[in-house]
Design a protein around this ligand. Structure first.
Ligand SMILES: Nc1ncnc2c1ncn2[C@@H]1O[C@H](COP(=O)(O)OP(=O)(O)O)[C@@H](O)[C@H]1O
Ligand SMILES: [Mg+2]
Length: 371
């Protein structure tokens, strides 16, 4: 390498170690972290369902919790983020859960690579046995969990989002995968107390299906993770350097209040507003923001009278029940569509709907103010 090549490489590296002018924040969550800590401090006896609107911080909370845990205790977490993996068949599911045990395998290096870093490490014959339907994956999982427990390790199985991806997948012999998986979780928690199971999802209808399954409901605990409170939001906005590593500007109390008035404690939106503030004044950022929020509602509503009628009720009440919209035609399917499109969130534990993300709420408000 000559000098000029060396220098250009050095420049390239400098770019890589440069500090970012904004970092993702992690505000408060003491209460939520305590709930999780209490949950895993008891011998496993139920499944924990973490629910809440999209971007309310469920995934971040769990990652943070695991980081704290791994720093202090002997715990083996089986962490699955289903959003990062496409599962379309039973074979994909097996690949996700099972990997090859290096110590036991001599043959086929290619296969070792393919099954790398999976949840449970098993022999190649075991893998093949499960694929062909001769071995039951849930029996194998149970054995693996028992091994961990004997070694004094507390296993935790955590599944994040997109659990509905497992719907409509069948195992060998017509067994419905998702049902089998939940039966397994019940067995591991309520019956044999072998592992903790934590599941996070934003899909209200999916959570609802589980909530209404009497067998599952009896052995599950539901825990809602919501957007930040006003107090936490203001704490963040008034200490940008501490929480977001932003040094270029600060906000006054009035400015912080304006942001809260527009997006509430919706962290995703706050982060995006903070990054716009590097090159735009606050008034303009919020104005642009409001316009795009209204656009979202206009685009979704178009000329549909029923959608408009639902929004009108949401605009007056924010949190609505089935009773509130029963006069509107096709309200069941309409509400379902709104939930699936991330316009409304459905909380099955209270059977109520509310705007998904604090950004939808001002969008609806401006829409009616101007119409
Ligand atoms: N406690 C928090 N404080 C500040 N920002 C947060 C916090 N929790 C999450 N966020 C941010 O909010 C966004 C959405 O979080 P995420 O965990 O993906 O939500 P969910 O899993 O509920 O959809 C992310 O950009 C994340 O960095
Ligand atoms: Mg998530």
């Amino acid at each position: 390498m000559n000098t000029s090549e060396y220098n250009s490489l050095l420049n390239y590296l400098t770019v890589f170690i440069m500090e970012y002018k904004q970092e993702p924040a992690f505000i408060n969550r003491e209460k939520e972290l305590q709930t999780l800590a209490d949950f895993i401090d008891k011998r496993p006896s139920e499944i924990l369902f973490i629910h809440g609107p999209k971007s309310s911080g469920k995934t971040t909370l769990l990652y943070h919790f695991l980081k704290l845990l791994s720093e202090k205790s002997k715990i083996d977490t089986k962490f699955l983020n289903l959003r990062e993996i496409l599962i379309v068949s039973y074979k994909d599911f097996l690949k996700l859960f099972f990997g090859l045990d290096y110590n036991q395998a001599k043959d086929d290096v290619k296969e070792i690579r393919e099954y790398d870093i999976k949840v449970f490490k098993v022999r190649v014959e075991t893998l093949k046995g499960m694929e062909s339907g001769q071995l039951d994956p849930f029996v194998i999982m149970k054995k693996e969990l028992q091994k961990l427990v004997t070694k004094g390790i507390k296993p935790i199985i955590i599944i994040i989002d997109e659990l509905q991806a497992l719907e409509n997948i069948y195992m060998n012999g017509q067994r419905e995968l998702i049902k089998e998986l939940f039966n397994f979780f019940v067995a591991m928690t309520k019956e044999s107390h072998l592992a903790h199971v934590i599941i996070a999802s934003s899909d209200g209808y999916f959570v609802d299906t589980i909530y209404n399954d009497s067998k599952l409901k009896k052995c599950s605990k539901f825990f809602e993770v919501d957007y930040l409170t006003r107090e936490d939001t203001l704490e963040w906005l008034l200490h940008l350097e501490k929480y977001s590593k932003i040094k270029e500007y600060t906000l006054t109390k009035e400015q912080a209040q304006k942001i809260w008035d527009t997006v509430g404690g919706s962290m995703w939106e706050i982060q995006s507003i903070l990054s716009d503030l590097f090159h735009m004044p606050l008034e303009q950022v919020l104005e642009t923001y409001k316009t795009s929020m209204k656009g979202l509602i206009v685009d979704y509503t178009r000329t549909n009278k029923d959608k408009k009628a639902v929004f009108k009720i949401v605009n007056n009440k924010t949190v609505i029940s089935f009773e509130d919209v029963k006069e509107i035609e096709h309200h069941e399917s309409l509400l379902q569509d709104m939930v699936r499109n991330n316009i409304l969130y459905y909380d099955p534990t209270r059977a109520v709907f509310y705007p998904q993300g604090k950004s939808v709420e001002p969008g609806i408000q401006i829409y009616f103010d101007e119409n």
